[in-house]
Design a protein around this ligand. Structure first.
Ligand code: SF4
Length: 510
């Protein structure tokens, strides 16, 4: 036996033992009914050809590895940023397990979400009883200050009216009549996690603002971060900068603590987050700024209707995008940019100048959410990098136009192609036929890296296979410096590996 009680091997060396190799080969031969290795290799090669690319891009009825998640994931993420809030899925238990594990795998934190476990009978008769019992149990067991309800596909397909269900549950005294239960319909056969974020954010503000009058405008600024896998680092960085400038603010959905709880002997199901008092008071703010335009269209429209000024940004990363955000902040508040922040900007510009010879003309492909891709492309152009493919499965026609307009502002953008609504199997064809030097995206890109030999730089959600990235900022000047460093590290690692293998220019100093 390759292992026994005295010698427990990790699965990687274990599966390389002859016994396991033989077992896998036998399984393939006897049960998998597979084609021979030569045939598999031939087809795999063909799927990297222009012929296959054209067929792949013409594909309409099938999506393969879409780079997006479903609506409730975004809704639960938005809800988690409010103090003492328990996310609640009206629908299938399996969906809730997926959302919890997706968030936990990225943040390496427990992600507390309940479900009212609709099954076959609820699918036929409706999920009212599930809601009545589910709210009562969630309230009694987990003692939240607020329960935020979203829906999975099953509840949407049968048309459950969750507003009236919540009202019924209150009538039946599952929860107190004045207990806040914001809700969002989050059908996953349309939209993606960024739409779910928007729906839940609007649902929460509606719960606390409806029936109230905006009659005491203050100097405070509301900031909505949007769906961001780096929210822990980015929201802390945002607060640091706002503190430096002296801006009074409310972060609407502050997930920086709940996804980064300490290990000190106390389990925190809830930690930090925007309080209900602050959420109510946010109605009186001078303006609301969204850091992620595509995560907040319905929310900003709702807020604008209250009379507040609103503005949206696309994930302020890099010099120009951070400048834009700060210029707006200064215009709204009348504050000055402190010398210390000006210096941070100068250090970022200095770092870009220090490294530009290593990045100039490098070809990179980018995929991710609309706001991230817009911002990443803008920052790449500042670095002198040439984007090759820019892809967002959940990008809209408007996003496509924005990216093209951005690319047109720089000679480095002239050869880039923009792919709206395409998936990661499309991206494989694109990279196989028109390769990039590097690929920027999330952990799912590791299969493209393995398959095509294009080094992957992990810079957006989800990052399952590397740890702690989310604890460090990627936005604003200091965060951008970290992004720049991450990109450079991969460029230098790749250069060292290649020059070491070739025996040419394996230099100590770069
Ligand atoms: S797509 Fe629908 S069924 Fe699938 S996990 Fe999302 S909500 Fe559940």
């Amino acid at each position: 036996m390759p292992q026994n009680a005295d010698l427990i091997k990790d699965h990687i060396p274990l599966f390389r033992e002859p016994e396991y190799k033989e077992m896998f080969a036998r399984k393939r031969e006897c049960f998998e009914n597979s084609h021979g290795e030569a045939k598999v290799a031939e087809v795999a090669e063909w799927t990297k050809s222009w012929d296959y690319r054209e067929k792949n891009l013409a594909r309409e009825a099938l999506v393969i590895n879409p780079n997006k998640a479903c609506q409730p994931l975004g809704a639960l993420f938005a809800a988690a940023g409010f103090d003492g809030t328990l996310g609640y899925v009206h629908g299938s238990q399996g969906c809730a397990a997926y959302f919890r594990s997706h968030l936990s795998r990225h943040f390496k934190e427990a992600s507390s979400v309940v479900s009212d476990s609709m099954t076959e009978d609820a699918a036929v008769f409706g999920g009212l009883n599930n809601m009545v019992d589910g709210l009562a149990n969630a309230y009694a067991l987990y003692k939240p200050k607020m329960i935020a309800v979203c829906t999975s596909c099953m509840a949407e397909v049968i048309g459950d009216d969750i507003s009236s269900f919540i009202g019924n549950a209150k009538t039946k005294e599952s929860i107190p009549a004045d207990f806040p239960v914001p809700f969002a319909h989050t059908p996953s056969f349309v939209g993606s996690h960024i739409v779910g974020y928007d729906n839940m954010m609007k649902g929460i503000l509606t719960t606390f603002w409806d029936g109230k009058v905006r009659d005491a405008a203050t100097d405070k600024i509301n900031i909505i971060p949007g769906f961001d896998g780096y929210s822990v680092g980015n929201i802390r960085e945002l607060k640091r900068i706002l503190g430096m400038i002296g801006v009074e603010y409310t972060v609407l959905s502050d997930t920086s603590d709940v996804y980064d709880t300490p290990t000190d002997g106390e389990f925190r199901m809830y930690d930090g987050g925007t309080t209900q008092d602050d959420t109510i008071a946010a109605l009186q703010a001078k303006a609301t700024l969204s850091l992620s335009e595509y995560c907040t269209p319905a929310t900003l429209k709702f807020i604008a209707e209250t009379g507040q000024e609103t503005a949206a940004f696309n994930y302020p990363m890099g010099v120009g995008a951070t400048d834009d955000f700060l210029v707006k902040l200064v215009a709204l508040t009348g504050k000055d940019i402190p010398e210390a922040l000006t210096k941070e900007r100068g250090r970022l510009v200095d770092a870009l100048a220090d490294s530009m010879t290593w990045l100039h003309g490098k070809k990179m492909a980018v995929y991710g959410d609309p706001d991230f891709t817009l911002s990443m492309v803008r920052f790449l152009l500042e670095m002198g990098v040439e984007p090759v493919h820019v892809l967002a499965t959940n990008g809209t026609k408007k996003w496509e136009k924005q990216v093209k307009a951005l690319l047109a502002t720089s000679p480095f953008g002239k050869d880039a192609q923009v792919w709206q609504g395409k998936d990661l199997w499309h991206l494989r064809s694109l990279l196989a036929t028109e390769p990039a030097d590097f690929l920027i995206g999330n952990s799912y890109g590791k299969y493209l890296e393995l398959d095509l030999g294009i080094p992957l730089i992990r810079l957006t959600f989800p990052i399952f296979d590397r740890h702690h990235h989310h604890r460090f900022p990627t936005m604003f000047y200091d965060g951008s410096l970290r992004v720049l460093t991450t990109i450079l590290d991969k460029v230098f690692d790749t250069l060292d590996r290649e020059s070491g293998e070739n025996g040419i220019s394996f230099d100590l100093t770069r």
